[in-house]
Ligand binder design. Sequence first.
Ligand SMILES: Cc1cc2nc3c(=O)[nH]c(=O)nc-3n(C[C@H](O)[C@H](O)[C@H](O)COP(=O)(O)O)c2cc1C
Length: 151
Amino acid sequence: MKSLLIVYHSQSGTCAQLARAAWRGVQLEPQVAVTVRRAWDADTAQLALADGVLLVMAENSGALCGAMKDFLDRSFYPAIARGLVLPYTLLISAGNDGRGAQRQAERILSGYPFPAAAEPLILRGEWCAGHRRASEELGQAFAAGLSMGIF
Ligand SMILES: Cc1cc2nc3c(=O)[nH]c(=O)nc-3n(C[C@H](O)[C@H](O)[C@H](O)COP(=O)(O)O)c2cc1C
């Protein structure tokens, strides 16, 4: 049995919807247990129990949203101290861009160092059925990769 951790932050509810859809996608893979934590409540203890981590966040002011930055700031040295190396994937919500959040997150995560399991998924604009499907597919694909030992 593998374990996937979803860490998310949401101000308006959009990223919470993306995280929920990704969680549903992971549940389609019976060999993977999924845990969901808000970024403010997550810490290294949950990372240490996981085989992979999906980070769901918005781009705010051209950068990673503050709560996700706070989570990464808090877990950086503890993760290094435990020697954690987890495959990660980014699910980013943005009004019309998202690349600033992507760049910043990738740069931070390369320092842990965590390897990327997939290309980041940036979903722009209002929450819609297409975003729900894409988030579910990302969650399922990540879980399937973990289950098959690809990551
Ligand atoms: C303060 C603030 C700054 C934002 N800055 C950007 C930005 O720089 N680029 C972008 O594409 N979207 C930007 N957005 C739009 C958000 O990324 C988008 O609304 C996202 O869905 C918010 O998700 P959340 O409310 O679930 O956290 C911004 C939104 C807010 C509230």
